[in-house]
Design a protein around this ligand. Structure first.
Ligand SMILES: [Zn+2]
Length: 302
């Protein structure tokens, strides 16, 4: 990591890249797949977007490669989630602050009073804010503003895309509520591999229980598994869920613990938590991911 920072410092000094180089489009670098998808929706073909993390990648554990450092140096704008979601990239982003391309933490747009507190993160807040669709809309507004300022020639296009995308997100919000309404309140208990769904739970009345803490950097212990198994039996929970960016063994251990007590819980499917599905599929977009997750959750718990 230290080597990466040194390289970054050297590259910043010797690099004088500007937006007229290359194909004339501004270069935007993003971290998570959710943010990459968002920025592509607003920027369309008018910008270059380079997402550092792919499908199935865990942002809590992701470390920058030297190739990533080069991308960051060549960027005109850098968008990331913030609130210490990208725990291993924070150091690099902080080093870049104050320069002409201070990385932009989109979660900073959200009023702190609306955030869920967490002792697991140096930020003291749960960073999984994109699961509140209204917060994600605030990300959209910020991205549109920043792109428009950097590239005023295409600002009108960005605003058109923003309007269309916000319409999509409003429709998504309505549809998700419609699906959730079908599930009786007492069945709204979501057990997953790690605590990514607290904002989702707050928005739709789910009791969310993660086997690991908020960050996947801490592994669940045997005691956690036993305690959660007892909870599942007590609440008569039908299904628990794997996450695409977290190894499945933790949830399988939980299922086995329930079974060893003479009960049955099924694995209700794989949810997309900290990363979207494969590019080119419906789940590879934020909207498609959300629709897929809610359908999977509700049909397994019903
Ligand atoms: Zn997470």
């Amino acid at each position: 990591m230290k080597k990466g920072i040194l390289l970054l410092a050297i590259l910043i000094i010797f690099s004088c890249k500007n937006e007229t180089e290359g194909n004339g489009k501004i270069n935007v670098v993003t971290t998570t797949t959710m943010i990459t998808d968002l920025v592509k929706n607003i920027g369309g073909d008018y910008i270059n977007v380079e997402g550092l993390m792919g499908s199935g990648v865990d942002p809590h554990l992701y470390k920058a490669s030297e190739g990533d450092v080069t991308k960051l140096v060549d960027a005109d704008i850098i968008f990331y989630n913030g609130l210490h979601l990208e725990g291993k990239l924070v150091e690099i982003f902080e080093k870049m602050e104050g320069g002409d391309k201070t990385p932009i933490a989109l979660a900073d747009e959200i009023n702190k009073n609306q955030l869920i507190g967490s002792e697991y993160f140096a930020s003291n807040y749960d960073p999984h804010v994109w699961f509140n669709i209204d917060f994600f809309k605030q990300f959209v507004e910020k991205v549109t503003k920043v792109l428009s300022e950097k590239d005023p020639v295409n600002a009108e296009k960005f605003r058109e895309n923003e309007k269309r995308y916000l319409d999509d997100l409003n429709k998504l919000k309505e549809d998700v509520q419609g699906v959730v309404d079908v599930l009786p309140e007492e069945k709204r208990i979501l057990v997953t591999a790690h605590d990514a769904f607290n904002y989702f739970g707050k928005a739709y009345g789910f009791n969310v229980v993660g086997l690991q803490g908020l960050s996947t950097a801490t592994e669940a212990g045997v005691q956690d598994v036993q305690k959660l198994a007892a909870f599942i039996i007590e609440k008569n929970i039908k299904a628990i869920f794997i996450e695409s960016s977290v190894p499945r063994r933790t949830i399988e251990a939980l299922q086995a613990a329930v079974k060893s007590k003479g009960h049955e819980v099924v694995i209700g499917g794989t949810l997309y938590s900290d990363a979207l599905g494969n590019a080119g599929t419906a789940e590879g977009t934020y909207v498609g991911m959300y629709r897929y997750n809610i359908k999977t959750i509700v049909s397994a718990l019903q």
